[in-house]
Design a protein around this ligand. Sequence first.
Ligand SMILES: Cc1ncc(COP(=O)(O)O)c(C=O)c1O
Length: 373
Amino acid sequence: MNLETIKTPSLIVDFQKMKRNAEWATARAKELNVDLRPHVKTHRSLEIARLQTAGNFGGIMVSTLAEAHFFAAGGFTDITYGVPIERGKFAEAIAVARKIERFAVLSDDAATVRELNEAAKRENARISVFLKTDVGYHRCGVEPGTPEAHEIPRLIADASHLDFAGILTHAGHSYHANTPEKLLAVAHEEHDKMRGLAEALRAEGIAVPTVSIGSTPTFSAIDSLAGVTEFRCGNYIFFDAFQATLGSCSFADCALTVLAAVIHRDPHRRRLVVDAGAVALSKDRGAVEFDPACGYGRVLDTDGTDLNLRIGSLSQEHGEIDVADRETFDRLKVGDRVRVLANHSCLTALQHSHYHVLDGDRIVDRWEINRGW
Ligand SMILES: Cc1ncc(COP(=O)(O)O)c(C=O)c1O
């Protein structure tokens, strides 16, 4: 099978590019002397998780308990669930914790920590808990310097059926840094605040086994990680147009595209319509803050050459492309195929049920994507 013969729209992962991205991250983690814990929510695929943990310690982060079960069943034994836990998920979290060597959850809420300890006690189980820490993203977490940043670790460390795993943050505000200097400042802030909090907790007699930080933009920018033990990033495995616009990678590193066919051609408006709409691409605008014309994805030809076109608007199954250049318009006929480079690969991947694995010009495999919560 090849890109001319498979059905459209189809999710295509370029194996060699993905492998290079995995090797880049493994080498970078070694250079920075941290354990690499890939966030597998980007792809939710066993094969990709195996590729990116090869040469690393084997731990992964997931974003749903469905993924936790899926990856545990696939042989992964060290998993962190990356969204703060709440009581509705205790029973399932304890069930996963019983199955594997180490399962950790996150919390920034003292009452939840108490309730989780009671639930673990009733079930005669133990579970590891990280303090979810906020270093500037202001999505979840407690900020270093607040009383909670000290009280919650103490509560976890003293709980009869919990183990204090350490402190963990995600510098998601790195996605808004519009210059290399601002990105490096976010990376330094993430590093400094986490190192400072770990030192303060240790000074109070609380053991902090893991100091875990991470996002793909800060991973590409940071120069030193002394005091940090673990780095978690996810998007790097595919990268995407957003990361390339931010400078975390080049457009040539982007491994994920959606193969689409031209289904309509309007010579009067010089507009093409392809069969990849919002359901195949997602409606993520990606780097619209930095590139207002980014649309819903860059259009490449089947061999990956940028046609300098964007998906300008989307409906469920239709993607519309305005083509300024006459020669390009004349070249593309109904039935011709193009590849759309995703703005945000994590969201695009999860619109699909499987990857078509492209190696050179052949589709060599088909990998399942885990879905749901
Ligand atoms: C808690 C947590 N850790 C790590 C990551 C990985 O970030 P990235 O995909 O930028 O590498 C995310 C991404 O959303 C996250 O939510």
